[in-house]
Design a protein around this ligand. Structure first.
Ligand code: SF4
Length: 374
């Protein structure tokens, strides 16, 4: 397993709130962006000496960057350049990262911004499609139409981006299997390097929750199975529960999460895993801004030094998200032997030597299966 260090930067601003969204994102708060950048810079200055303790990072480059949100593409061209300057001043040139990913929504990713991303050395774009059906997009509260998505995708290809992920949702209210398959076929015809498929989850506090919309698990499973089959036939590797990639195009940054690797996050709600400690910054934008301006450090939502038992559990739970599963060392295997035996006898996992993995056809039950190890 390659040892990677990840840098995540959260841009929590959005134009409006999608009806299913419970990410840490704030609509119509663009007036705080410049102040937010000042705080990111303080955090970056604070963390960069720690990076120098990783002697391999700057030279051998197993260092990934992920700018996520929110909607990072909402930033203006000048703000994008400012963000990249903060990264380059405190860490390393963007083009030196092994992988540098940027999340975008079609409506806000102008040609000018695409050119800035390309010039700056961003290598991977994750674009929110969700559905190719405009009626469903409207229902989800998405701003971009399918036509707008197509235009942005074409602009990205014209600018030379050759590593694009498309996010697609399943189990949407009013969506049937035929409609989902149509979105999938449309996506596959565009030949993106990576596709992520997420089943709709209803979270408290969202517009969908207030509208009493319910998840449709049975339909979502059918869609998931159909997607796995179609994407395999189209040459995609199903390498993680929700993720499919052309060979060699797996997300290195996300693989590092599932491999229990180290990473640090900057920004409101961003998480870090460094030196055996997990930490998450406050999810409250106002508190984030105030704590950094007043104390030079972000207020924390959570922090915990992991015990050995927690580390082992995490290793299994995160590792089992990958289709290849996880090779355990003998001691861990023996420690979890009862759970492994039970899941194996129920036919939910495969065991081969010290390697365990979820059976593909039970991926949709992953939450319940992984619970056995907690
Ligand atoms: S664009 Fe993304 S982060 Fe923003 S509201 Fe919609 S789903 Fe949430």
């Amino acid at each position: 397993m390659t040892h990677i260090l990840g840098l995540y930067i959260h841009i929590p601003f959005c134009k409006s709130k999608c009806h299913y969204c419970d990410f840490v994102s704030f609509p119509k708060q663009g007036r705080f962006i410049n102040r937010y950048f000042k705080c990111l810079e303080i955090e970056a200055r604070r963390i960069s000496p720690t990076i120098s303790l990783f002697p391999f990072t700057l030279h051998s480059l197993p260092f990934t960057l992920y700018i996520g949100g929110g909607t990072p593409s909402l930033l203006s061209p000048a703000q994008l350049q400012k963000l990249f300057a903060i990264i380059e001043k405190n860490f390393q040139p963007i083009r030196n990262f092994r992988e540098s990913a940027f999340e975008a929504n079609p409506e806000s990713l102008s040609i000018e911004k695409i050119r800035i991303l390309k010039r700056s050395g961003i290598t991977r774009i994750s674009l929110g499609l969700q559905s190719a059906n405009n009626v469903l997009l409207k229902k989800l509260g998405r701003i971009a139409s399918y036509e707008c998505f197509l235009k942005t995708f074409g602009n990205l290809r014209d600018a030379g981006f050759s590593n694009i992920n498309l996010d697609i949702m399943s189990g949407l209210p009013g969506q049937d299997l035929g409609d989902f398959n149509k979105t999938l076929e449309t996506a596959v015809n565009l030949d993106p390097e990576h596709i992520s498929i997420y089943a709709l989850e209803i979270h408290e506090g969202t517009q969908f929750f207030r509208q009493k919309i319910k998840e449709n698990d049975i339909l979502a499973v059918k869609m998931y199975e159909s997607a796995a089959k179609k994407l395999k036939a189209a040459g995609y590797l199903h390498y993680e529960i929700s993720n499919f990639a052309k060979p060699g195009r797996q997300s290195l940054h996300n693989l590092n999460y599932w491999n229990c690797g180290e990473y640090f996050g900057l920004g409101c709600s961003a998480s870090s895993h460094l030196n055996g400690e997990r930490r998450t910054n406050t999810k409250n934008l106002k508190i984030y801004l105030e704590s950094l301006s007043e104390t030079g450090a972000p207020a924390l939502e959570y922090s915990e030094k992991l015990t050995n038992a927690q580390k082992k559990t995490e290793k299994i739970i995160l590792g089992l998200r990958k289709t290849e599963g996880i090779e355990l060392n003998r001691n861990i295997f023996i420690e979890f032997k009862e759970q492994i035996k039970k899941l194996n006898s129920e036919g939910l996992i495969e065991v081969s030597g010290l390697r365990i993995r979820l059976k593909r056809r039970y991926f949709y039950l992953s939450n319940r299966i992984l619970q056995e190890f907690v």
